[in-house]
Design a protein around this ligand. Structure first.
Ligand code: TYC
Length: 103
């Protein structure tokens, strides 16, 4: 039986009581010299639900800085989006690269 003023399990095992938030991952596009800008913009619109304007800003950031974030998701969704981009690029014979990293 709990003593007066004790917090019981909450004090001893916080993780057993408080659900953990899912760990989040950034989906990044990497720059290259060959993939057309238009293809990158369309890819960002298609797989990351961005407007034309948002997708263009992300593409230009990747083009000028080498890397840019398309979105942040739980691991399973981040992996799925990365794979969708890589398959789409390969089918179109563009060398576009996509990676994930912890947010
Ligand atoms: N650098 C490419 C070009 O000049 C455009 C590009 C942008 C490629 C973003 C990849 O992730 C990328 N055609």
């Amino acid at each position: 039986m709990a003593q007066p003023h004790s917090n019981g399990d909450t004090a001893l095992k916080p993780n057993a009581v408080k659900p953990k938030l899912p760990e989040m991952f950034k989906v990044l596009l990497l720059n290259d010299d060959y993939t057309p800008m238009e293809f990158v913009v369309e890819t960002i619109e298609q797989f990351f639900n961005k407007s034309r304007e948002q997708a263009t800003q992300i593409m230009l950031k990747v083009h000028t800085e080498g890397v840019g974030v398309c979105g942040v998701y739980p691991l399973d969704i981040a992996e799925t989006k990365m794979n969708q981009v890589l398959v789409h690029a390969k089918e179109s014979q563009h060398p576009l690269q996509c990676v994930i990293e912890p947010a």
